[in-house]
Design a protein around this ligand. Structure first.
Ligand code: NAD
Ligand code: DAU
Length: 332
C-alpha cells in the first residue's frame, strides 16, 4: 500500500483528488492542510480511518513537514493560496505559502529522498491573444501576470532547481481551470451558481470575453495519478481537456440550466491585469502516458456541478455572505 501525503487536501482540487484516490486505488492518504479560509474539513469527512488521516498544519512548518514527509512514500503538493483577486489585494500570504511552503516541502523531500509531485497552473505561461493559433505547451516560456501566478511560477522553478541540483525525484503538472464540487464560492463558476440560487445576478468582469480552458476536477486527478505512476522524473506535463469557453458563454449556460433569462447578468469592474486567454496543448501527457479526459462534455459536467451546489447548500452557505461583501467593496 502506497502512502501519499497530500498537502492542501481540504481545498477544492485536493479534496477531489483525495476522493478520487480513495475510489480508484488502495493507497493510504494523509492530508496536511492549514484550513485557511479556503480549506474545509467537511470536504473530506466520512473517509475510512484505515486509509485516511487528517493533520491540521502549515506546509511552512519545517519540523512538522519533516516528520510527515519521512513517514510517506509520495508527496502530492496541492496546498497554495490560489485566488488571483486576493493576490491583488494582499500578496504576502501567497509568498509565504506558495514560495516558502513549497521550499519547506522540497527540502524535506530531498532529505528523505521521497517522490514529489508539484501541482501547478497554466497561468505561469501568462496569456494568449484570442486568435492565437498556438496553445501553451511544455516549452512555452514563463510569463506570469499576477502576484498569484508569479508565486506559482517561482515554486515551479524551485522544484526544477531541486531536481537538477539535488536529484529530487520530482515531476510538475500545470493544469487549466478546474470545475466540479467543493470549489470555494469566491471562484467564477460557484460564485455565479450560488448567486443565482440567492437571487443575485451573475457578475462578469469587464466584457466577459476572457477565455478559460475548463477541465473537470476528476480529469485533473486521473492525470496526476498517471504522472505519479508513469511520469519521467524531472519532467513537466500540461493537463487540459480542450475546454475553451469565454466567461460570457459559461454564464449563459449557467443561466440557461438554472431557468433564468440569458441576459440576466451584470458587467462589473474588470480584474487588474486580467489574463485574456488560457489554452492548453496536453498532447505530451496523452501521447507519453496514455491519459485522456473522461468528462468531454462541459455542459453536462456543469449541470452536475449546478446540482451539487443546489444539493449541498450547507457546505457553501457559511462562506457566501462574507465573500460577496468583499466583492462588493471591490466593485465586483
Ligand atoms: P484552494 O484554495 O481551494 O485550496 C487550497 C488549500 O490549501 C486549502 O485547503 C487551504 O487551507 C490549503 N492551504 C493554504 N495555505 C496552506 C498552508 N500554508 N499550509 C497548509 N495548507 C494550506 O485551491 P485549489 O483551487 O484547490 O488549488 C489547489 C492547487 O491546484 C493549487 O496549487 C493551485 O495553484 C493549483 N491549480 C488550481 C487550478 C484551479 O482551477 N483551481 C488549476 C490549476 C492548478
Ligand atoms: O488557470 C488555472 C487557474 O484557474 C488556477 O491557477 C487558479 O488557482 C484558479 O483560481 C483559476 O484562476 P482564474 O483567475 O482563471 O479563476 P477565477 O475563477 O477567479 O476566474 C475565472 C474567470 O472568470 C476569469 O476570467 C475572471 C472571471 N470572473 C471571475 C469571478 C470570480 C468573472 O468574470 N466574474 C467573477 O465573479
Amino acid at each position: 500500500m502506497q502512502k501519499l501525503l497530500v498537502t492542501g487536501g481540504a481545498g477544492f482540487i485536493g479534496s477531489n483528488f483525495v476522493h478520487y484516490v480513495m475510489a480508484h486505488t488502495d493507497s493510504f492518504v494523509t492530508v496536511l492542510d492549514k484550513i485557511t479560509y479556503a480549506g474545509n474539513v467537511e470536504s473530506i469527512k466520512h473517509l475510512p480511518a484505515s486509509r485516511f488521516r487528517f493533520v491540521k498544519g502549515d506546509i511552512a512548518d519545517a519540523a512538522l513537514v519533516d516528520q510527515l514527509v519521512a513517514e510517506h512514500d509520495v508527496v502530492v503538493h496541492y496546498a497554495a493560496e490560489s485566488h488571483n483577486d486576493n493576490s491583488l489585494h494582499d500578496p504576502r500570504p501567497f509568498l509565504d505559502t506558495n514560495i516558502i511552503g513549497t521550499y519547506t516541502l522540497i527540502e524535506a523531500a530531498r532529505k528523505h529522498d521521497k517522490r514529489f509531485h508539484h501541482i501547478s497552473t497554466d497561468e505561469v505561461y501568462g496569456d494568449l491573444e484570442l486568435d492565437d493559433p498556438e496553445r501553451f505547451n511544455e516549452d512555452t516560456p514563463y510569463n506570469p501576470s499576477s502576484p498569484y501566478s508569479s508565486t506559482k511560477a517561482g515554486s515551479d522553478l524551485l522544484v526544477r532547481a531541486w531536481v537538477r541540483s539535488f536529484g529530487l525525484r520530482a515531476t510538475i503538472s500545470n493544469c487549466s481551470n478546474n470545475y466540479g464540487p467543493y470549489q470555494h464560492v469566491e471562484k467564477f463558476i460557484p460564485r455565479q451558481i450560488t448567486n443565482v440560487i440567492d437571487g443575485i445576478r451573475p457578475k462578469l468582469y469587464g466584457k466577459g470575453e476572457n477565455v478559460r480552458d475548463w477541465i473537470h476536477a476528476d480529469d485533473h486527478s486521473s492525470a496526476v495519478l498517471a504522472i505519479i505512476d508513469k511520469g519521467v522524473i524531472g519532467d513537466t506535463y500540461l493537463i487540459g481537456a480542450d475546454g475553451e469557453k469565454n466567461n460570457l458563454e459559461v454564464v449563459a449556460l449557467i443561466l440557461q440550466h438554472m431557468g433564468q433569462a440569458p441576459d440576466a447578468y451584470d458587467h462589473v469592474v474588470d480584474r487588474a491585469g486580467h489574463d485574456l486567454r488560457y489554452a492548453i496543448d496536453s498532447s505530451k501527457l496523452r501521447r507519453e502516458l496514455g491519459w485522456s479526459p473522461q468528462f468531454s462534455d462541459f455542459e453536462s459536467g456543469l449541470e452536475d456541478t449546478i446540482r451539487w451546489y443546489r444539493d449541498n447548500e450547507t457546505w457553501w452557505r457559511p462562506q457566501k455572505a462574507a465573500t460577496e461583501a468583499k466583492y462588493r467593496q471591490q466593485g465586483q
